[in-house]
Design a protein around this ligand. Structure first.
Ligand code: SF4
Length: 708
């Protein structure tokens, strides 16, 4: 193992901050700043800074566990793997391959995501694979593909933000979710640009804004349509751009013109003068951006909502031009790469479509199988979880904790309990792992090498810096061993670089083309990464401007900026998609008169499986709370800290009151990181977006009571 510090990246969010890990005399590692990485320049949030604590956590799993007599008891690796293979083999022969489910995660490295997708389709022969990234950015991905022909979270590097004129940030609290990214927006304002934040709460991010709009939850679509109406009415459409670089404008224009500002004000609660001011701030500068995150995306109309914001960019000539564009701030560490390499129900590596015959032929050739043997697209994440215990009898779960993170979580917990067989790979006994028949303890980020792809589409190399504890194995080893036991001896290497070499070939010619990227090249790029697409025959020169602002970090290579000449559609033009306002799947009524929205806090990450094991983070964010406006609190007779019960049609969650003027009086907020009585996802609505199959995490109807 290295005796000097190892440059690598944070295991948590999609910013993938650069850090170095330095060996400690005691045998562990400590985090050291890495100012050379151009995104965070050494800055880290508390999660990244404390990430090594999970490596040496006292609750770390170091032995496989097998259920026996109702309890999980330690077992050998041979016993555990044999049991999984035997159960999967039995269920497949008795009930068919599609009764076997596989559920992955947006935190898995590219190599793991790729191998998991291949394992499901080649070894198990099942169509029933999806992953928790479906719950993250799938609406933005679907809208981006419709409009631009391609989904890469940000089609430009973050370094462009300080040099644009205005950014509209829709439903992102990045001051808490990815704090080092805030500097790009601070620099934007220092340079004379403006920041508009759209969020029902006055978040830490909204406090930094030049203009904060607080729409009613679930009305971002109407808001975008009202803005587009005003853009047309005020003669601010870039007619030449629309004519030359887009199609479909007339229908989108007609849809927007049906959304009068006064009508939009009634729907959203955002006043007409605020709408006008937003249009002025967005349209006056030469360049501007719209960035969305989970707020508008996690809705049952998420794809249309993001589409409406893209329409705004297209009508004003703000896409595919320098320092302008639409982008999605992906959330999970490898949320971007995780959706490109085949663990998604409808996709093959290279961001290819599973139902595309040419894609099937290409990938089947790389895999050495008959294209006709590849299954059809399967169920989306929520639908797969909802089918557990009925159509889907067993599940292999890797890198996810749906008992805490799935919508309508109490129901999903019951579905998981009703499985005939559950196998979980994890580093700790998560709430989902605790329900398993077999738990396999696996290596973590600093104990293994692999690549991730950041929210910018920047492919990065995470390097092994420390030896894994005795008793744990990598996810790749697990899949290799299971494949062999299920009769597939070859094609599942345990060496991540070997997997990446195959991934390069599988992705070649696809939308997300990694064929020009190698581990050597990633190491040579001084850790700044390589932006995809990066085809082998056109090793891009790199970007002369990225990172060149006097601070010295080396620019990354590949394709940092997309769409400058043409969009990724057949005719090279972006597509307007006509969309119209529609209500939330669940609106308030007499029984459930308040809206609930959910989100994250700075000291915890996703389901908390890792961060809830770090003392420093627990001290900073010990548990859930219900944020509510003083007027609502007065109506309830609630004081700060009182235990409140939040009740939806799906269940009840209890947490202490946190009273603030920074939230709409018709809305309460809960963070979703905790299990138990304060589990926010007990309440959330699984109503699905018809295109992306994203559940409506971000808004549902509840009533709030003082808990007895
Ligand atoms: Fe890690 Fe994200 Fe925090 Fe950076 S912002 S240190 S990537 S959790």
């Amino acid at each position: 193992m290295p005796t000097t510090s190892t440059p690598t990246h944070c295991p948590y969010c999609a910013l993938q901050c650069g850090m170095a890990l330095s060996p400690l005399p005691t045998g562990g590692v400590e985090v050291v700043e890495r100012p050379d990485f151009p995104v965070n320049r050494g800055a880290l949030c508390g999660k990244g800074r404390t990430a090594p604590a999970v490596l040496s956590s006292r609750v770390r799993l170091t032995s496989p566990l097998v259920r026996s007599g109702g309890s999980l008891v330690p077992a050998t690796w041979e016993e555990a793997l044999d049991r999984i293979a035997a159960e999967f083999g039995r269920l497949r022969s008795e009930h068919g391959a599609d009764t076997l489910g596989v559920f992955g995660g947006g935190g898995l490295t590219n190599e793991k995501a790729y191998t998991l997708g291949k394992f499901a389709r080649v070894v198990l022969g099942t169509s029933q694979i999806d992953y928790n990234g479906r719950f993250c950015m799938s609406s933005a991905a679907a809208a981006g593909i419709k409009a631009f022909g391609l989904d890469r979270g940000l089609p430009f590097p973050l370094e462009d933000i300080p040099r644009t004129g205005c950014v509209i940030l829709v439903g992102s609290n990045l001051a808490e979710t990815m704090p080092p990214a805030l500097r790009f927006f601070n620099e934007l304002r220092e340079n004379g640009g403006t920041l508009i934040v759209i969020d029902p709460r006055r978040t830490k991010t909204a406090e930094q804004a030049d203009l904060h709009l607080a729409p009613r939850p679930g009305t971002d679509l109407a808001l975008a349509l009202g803005l587009l109406h005003l853009i047309v009415a005020e003669g601010r459409v870039d007619e030449e751009y629309v004519r030359e670089r887009t199609t479909g404008w007339e229908d989108a224009r007609a849809a927007a013109m049906a959304h009068w500002p006064e009508y939009v004000e009634r729907i959203t609660g955002v006043s007409v003068p605020q709408l006008r001011e937003t249009v002025r701030m967005f349209c006056e500068p030469e360049a501007a951006m719209v960035l969305t995150a989970r707020g508008p995306e996690q809705q049952s109309k998420g794809t249309d909502t993001v589409g409406a914001w893209i329409n705004l960019c297209l009508a004003t000539g703000r896409a595919g031009r320098p320092l302008s564009g639409y982008g999605c701030l992906t959330g999970q560490g490898n949320g971007q790469g995780g959706r490109e390499h085949g663990q998604k129900a409808d996709q093959l590596p290279g961001y290819r479509k599973l139902d595309d015959p040419a894609a099937r032929r290409h990938v089947a050739e790389v895999w050495g199988v008959d294209p006709d043997s590849l299954p059809a697209p399967g169920r989306s994440a929520y639908e797969l979880l909802d089918a557990l215990g009925s159509d889907v009898r067993s599940l292999l779960l890797m890198g996810s904790n749906p008992v805490v993170s799935a919508p309508r979580a109490a129901h999903i917990e019951e579905r998981i309990k009703s499985l005939e067989f559950l196998a979980v790979c994890d580093v700790v006994l998560s709430e989902t792992a605790a329900l398993a028949d077999v738990v396999l303890p696996v290596t973590q980020w600093a104990e293994e090498t692999g690549t991730t792809t950041s929210l910018e589409g920047r492919v990065l190399l995470r390097r092994q810096a420390i030896t894994a504890p005795e008793g744990v194995r990598s996810d790749l080893e697990v899949l290799h061993e299971l494949a062999a036991r299920l009769g597939v001896e070859k094609g599942f290497p345990t060496d991540p670089e070997e997997v990446f070499e195959e991934l390069r070939r599988a992705s070649a010619g696809g939308v997300a083309d990694y064929s020009g990227i190698t581990y050597d090249r990633l190491a040579r790029e001084s850790g700044a990464g390589v932006f995809w697409p990066c085809p082998a025959e056109a090793e891009a020169e790199g970007d002369a401007e990225a990172g060149q602002d006097g601070h010295g970090p080396r620019p990354a290579s590949g394709t940092p900026r997309l769409f400058l000449d043409r969009f990724a559609t057949e005719d090279g033009r972006a597509r307007f998609v006509p969309v119209s306002h529609r209500p939330n799947a669940e609106e308030p009524d007499d029984d459930y008169p308040v809206l609930l929205t959910t989100g994250r806090v700075v000291a915890q990450y996703q389901s908390g499986a890792q961060t809830r094991r770090v003392d420093e983070l627990n001290a900073a964010a010990p548990g859930p709370f219900v944020e509510l406006h003083p007027r609502l609190a007065a109506r309830l007779g609630a004081a700060e800290g009182d235990r409140l019960a939040v009740v939806s049609r799906r269940g009840r969650a209890v947490a202490p009151a946190r009273i603030t003027n920074g939230i709409r009086p018709d809305t309460v907020f809960m963070p979703f990181h905790w299990p138990g009585e304060g589990r926010a996802n007990t309440l959330t609505n699984p109503a699905l977006d018809p295109t992306s199959r994203m559940p409506e995490f971000k808004v549902c109807a509840v009533r709030v009571e003082i808990a007895e």
